[in-house]
Write a protein that binds this ligand. Structure first.
Ligand SMILES: *[C@@H]1O[C@H](CO)[C@@H](O)[C@H](O)[C@H]1NC(C)=O
Ligand SMILES: *[C@@H]1O[C@H](CO)[C@@H](O)[C@H](O)[C@H]1NC(C)=O
Length: 323
């Protein structure tokens, strides 16, 4: 019994730490020679273009080596681990933890959730609801106190305006790998605490209005085209750190970029050009966008050499074609 309890706690611990952005390794690690390149950049006018190009060509391989592109793979592995753990011990997990977690003693304790129809089908642990891989074709009703909602690898086609209505504690929604092609304009807008929205690997053509509280957005591998993202969609998101829009059909960089943005991934889109002041302010050379250290533009038909002034304020050069 004691062994079971310990096992349960270990698993609970693993499950509780799961809903963080670090689960998928999005982060591009630093690459060397950044300071060198920054120096070159600031002296751009003094060095022949050809020399600058050679320098960057040597830099790029080390950059791309450090991006573990097959992220979906690692995610699947994690997926399997999570499921095994849950299947083995879900009922005990909930009982065993109620004496440990003060959170469980409230009116919306485990028994409320356990009786909740969705928690019979899915797995509810504290304020996290896991509905991965259940052949769902719609968002199920969720307990009022849900903070983290996972419904990956299902067959959801549409997100309706009331699917998340009144879920005022919702912090993370992960709907990776569904068949979503339509999202109601109001589906996410009124969620007061939503921080992380993961919609990768779907068929989304148009993003609805999003709450300004978001810190992490991943809509990679969808069908966002020219009109897929509203004008100034991310402008007021002061806390947005990560914006992943890889593998879509975007033909421009969504502007303006919020000041605290750290990572902007746009590889494998259809971006042909950008302006000198997409990232920086050509009229004010003292302006520095120090947060934005990870820009990916590789796999676009853009020639980054055409806008040499555009990177002056950045801590690192964007990754992409410079020839
Ligand atoms: C230039 O940018 C700096 C840093 O953002 C700012 O403090 C300064 O007021 C700006 N100057 C002008 C003329 O806009
Ligand atoms: C990219 O732009 C640079 C600078 O304008 C130019 O010299 C170079 O020929 C361009 N490369 C291609 C492939 O168009």
């Amino acid at each position: 019994m004691l062994a079971r309890l310990v096992l349960g706690l270990v698993i609970l611990d693993a499950a509780m730490t799961a809903p963080t952005p670090e689960v998928i390794n999005y982060d591009s690690e630093t690459y060397d020679a950044i300071l060198d390149d920054l120096d070159n950049l600031y002296n751009y006018e003094n060095i022949p273009v050809r020399q600058a190009e050679v320098k960057r060509v040597t830099m790029m391989p080390s950059g791309s080596r450090e991006f573990p592109t097959p992220a979906p793979q690692s995610e699947e592995v994690l997926e399997e681990e999570e499921e095994e753990e849950e299947e083995e011990s879900t009922p005990r997990l909930i009982d065993g933890s109620s004496s440990q977690e003060p959170e469980f003693t409230g009116a919306l304790g485990p028994h409320t959730d356990e009786d909740f129809p969705t928690c019979l089908l899915c797995t509810c642990i504290s304020t996290t609801v896991y509905c991965d891989d259940h052949e769902l074709d719609a968002i199920p009703p969720l307990p009022r106190n849900t903070a983290y909602f996972y419904s990956r690898f299902n067959r959801i086609k549409k997100i309706n305006r009331n699917d998340f209505a009144s879920l005022n504690d919702l912090k993370r929604i992960d709907l990776t790998s569904n068949l979503i092609s339509e999202i109601d304009e109001d589906a996410f807008r009124k969620l007061p605490q939503l921080q992380e929205l993961v919609l990768r690997d779907n068929k989304i053509r148009q993003l609805p209005e999003l709450p300004a509280t978001l810190t992490f957005i991943d809509v990679s591998n969808n069908r966002l085209g020219r009109k897929g993202i509203k004008q100034e969609a991310f402008k007021d998101m002061y806390d947005l750190r990560h914006l992943y829009l890889t593998d879509n059909n975007l033909d421009h960089i969504p502007l303006p970029l919020p000041e605290n943005l750290r990572a902007l991934h746009l590889q494998n889109n259809n971006i042909l050009e950008m302006h000198e002041d997409t990232f920086c302010n050509v009229k004010n050379l003292t302006y520095i966008r120090k947060a934005l250290e990870d820009i990916r533009l590789d796999g676009n038909p853009i020639n980054l050499s055409r806008t040499p002034q555009a990177y002056m304020c950045l801590p690192r050069l964007p990754i992409g074609s410079l020839v």
